[in-house]
Design a protein around this ligand. Structure first.
Ligand SMILES: Nc1ncnc2c1ncn2[C@@H]1O[C@H](COP(=O)(O)OP(=O)(O)OP(=O)(O)O)[C@@H](O)[C@H]1O
Length: 206
């Protein structure tokens, strides 16, 4: 899958967050959006994910040379981000089962198997509202890494992760993103050191 941004802009009230943004994202490549706090990384990521509308310009998603409509793109993209909430009243197993109805896991992995793989199985009947922030982050990342989607978007992937969980994240990136288009938003070089394409969003502040 590829994504093409042509002259994209996003405005909140009178403020352009980014403008005249033209970028190409290729299949099986990794990209990181960098820039200081408030520079527009998360906004750009959410526009690409289709969860925020853009103000001007055009986004084209293509699979095997065929354009994909915005209505179908959500099945191709998975996003993990601090501001995207989990359903707190659900147990861990219920969340995973719910997620799988919309975005099935790779290799027909079952919800129970997923919990083993992301090392959260002992907590399967616990309400997610009682999870620590690091456990929630591991769950969001696990759902993203194991979903069978060609595009994976990660915002601040190691926020709330301890050193051991950060190493787990780096191992998962290596195992699960080689064949996918990966876009990260980050201010932490250790979470994107492997990434070849760095995009500074300050370049789109005009
Ligand atoms: N719903 C909104 N309404 C108005 N302004 C908003 C809204 N959401 C974000 N912004 C503004 O858009 C700008 C970019 O925010 P964004 O979260 O994209 O930055 P960021 O680069 O991801 O920052 P950080 O590194 O702190 O996560 C900020 O000035 C922010 O205040």
């Amino acid at each position: 899958m590829t994504i093409e941004l042509a002259n994209i802009g996003k405005k909140y009230r009178n403020e352009w967050i980014f403008r005249h943004t033209s970028l190409s994202f290729s299949a099986k490549e990794s990209y990181t959006f960098v820039g200081p706090n408030g520079s527009g990384k998360s906004t750009l990521l959410q526009v690409i994910a289709g969860v925020l509308p853009h103000t001007e310009g055009q986004i084209t998603y293509t699979s095997n040379g065929q354009p994909i409509s915005i209505d179908d793109i959500f099945r191709k993209i998975v996003i993990a981000a601090p501001y995207l909430e989990l359903i707190e009243e659900f147990t861990l197993l219920e969340i995973v089962e719910f997620h799988q109805q919309f975005k099935p896991f790779k290799n027909h992995i079952s919800p129970t198997q997923l919990l083993e793989l992301i090392e959260l199985a002992p907590h399967k009947n616990k309400s997610v509202k009682n999870f620590s922030s690091g456990m929630k982050q591991r769950l969001k990342l696990g759902l993203a890494f194991y979903s069978d989607c060609p595009i994976i978007l990660l915002d601040e992937p190691t926020s709330n992760l301890d050193a051991q969980a950060t190493q787990w994240y780096l191992n998962q990136v290596e195992q699960h993103t080689q064949e996918r288009l990966l876009i990260i938003c980050s201010n932490q070089p250790h979470e994107y050191a492997f990434c070849k394409n760095i995009v500074d969003v300050r370049d789109f502040k005009k």
